[in-house]
Ligand binder design. Structure first.
Ligand SMILES: [Cu+2]
Length: 96
């Protein structure tokens, strides 16, 4: 019974942290992909993590491998951060 409770607590913690991460995700649509430069142009909604209103702009992508799964026109969920004065997409996934 003790083990089950521990498992439940762990599962609950995972669910909570996952939903917190999701709450910060911004939504966007892919307009252009530049694999050579590891850059992506997104038409994005509000990005609360960097206090940015909706617009279309170019981002650097932290993990260029994530671009392989994307195409122009895809709806995406992503997180962005300001690193060394540049806006960087830290994680990006095709929206389900
Ligand atoms: Cu922007």
């Amino acid at each position: 019974m003790k083990i089950r409770m521990n498992h439940l607590v762990t599962t609950l913690a995972l669910v909570l942290s996952a939903s917190a991460a999701l709450a910060q995700s911004a939504e966007g649509e892919v307009r252009k992909i530049d694999r050579a430069q590891s850059k992506i142009t997104l038409k994005h909604g509000e990005i609360k993590s960097v206090d940015m209103p909706p617009m279309t702009m170019v981002f650097r992508v932290k993990d260029p491998k994530e671009l392989d799964a994307l195409a122009v026109g895809d709806k995406v969920k992503f997180d962005a951060a300001k690193i060394d004065g540049q806006y960087v997409v830290t994680v990006i996934k095709k929206a389900p």
